[in-house]
Ligand binder design. Structure first.
Ligand code: PGA
Length: 252
């Protein structure tokens, strides 16, 4: 059953990188043997156009780190789904915890962004995950469930089937403190069980990524978990060799 899902590993550069790093990343990946997983690069928005043309002779897919829920108009600084499609993006991250914190993005807004992407033909990578105090209180499942329910309410089963979900416990992001494979698997199994309440096929098809201090040294044991279909990688995606090793650690 598990191999209905193709592994996916996405590199989220956050507000890091440069034209130079992009150039070296593209040169590196254009010379590598094919990778079994879907490999996705999420550079800052200003580099998406350059990334799209330079990645066109590689298998690497392109994703934005965020998108506006609005389709066009007076929204200074924002970027629409149509614009992302126009420059060659296939996907976009929504609801990353850093956006939820830095820009006070609510569960409802994240759900609207996911819906806008689906309507525009792009794949949302919906991020969820609890802060440390919520885990310490033993309330992480209820917290993640509330984040996901907002998205589930906006999308039909057919639309949800296109979504990728990334579980990223906030206490593990950029801290070097990875969730243990057991902690990550437990939450992924919980998310799949929530999906099975909507539709059992959906629960088997949808890809669930783990994110939070994934490195070449711990990727394999995380990705070996039955409900983990790949990862969302921050810091380690800035080093092409390390990112490649993480991509190759995903289940074939
Ligand atoms: P990290 O970030 O790999 O640097 O912990 C993951 C993320 O925020 O997507």
């Amino acid at each position: 059953m598990q191999n209905v899902r193709k592994s996916l590993v996405a590199g989220n550069w956050k507000m890091n990188g440069s034209k130079q790093l992009l150039q070296s990343f593209v040169e590196y990946f254009s010379q590598r043997e094919p990778i079994a997983a879907d490999v996705v690069l999420c550079p800052p928005a200003v580099y998406l156009g350059q990334a799209s043309s330079q990645l066109s002779n590689t298998d690497v897919l392109l994703a934005a780190q965020d998108v506006s829920a609005n389709s066009e108009g007076a929204h200074t600084g924002d970027v629409s789904v149509t614009m992302l499609r126009d420059v060659g993006c296939q996907m976009a991250i929504v609801g990353h915890s850093e956006r939820r914190t830095d820009h006070a993005e609510s569960n409802a807004l994240v759900a609207k962004k996911a819906k806008a992407l689906i309507d525009g033909g792009l794949i949302p990578i919906v991020c969820v995950g609890e802060p440390l105090e919520v885990r310490q209180a033993g309330e992480e499942e209820a917290y993640v469930e509330a984040q996901l329910k907002a998205v589930f309410e906006q999308l039909s089963v057919a639309e949800l089937a296109k979504v990728v979900i990334a579980y990223e416990p906030i206490w593990a992001i950029g801290t070097g403190q990875t969730a243990s494979p057991e902690q990550a698997q437990a939450m992924h199994a919980f998310i799949r069980q929530l999906l099975s309440q909507i539709d059992s096929d959906l629960a088997q098809e949808i890809r669930l990524l783990y994110g939070g201090s994934v490195k070449a040294s711990n990727a394999q044991e995380l990705f070996a978990q039955i409900d983990i279909d790949g990862g969302l990688i921050g810091g380690a995606s800035l080093k092409p060799e390390e990112f490649e090793a993480i991509c190759r650690a995903a289940k074939a």
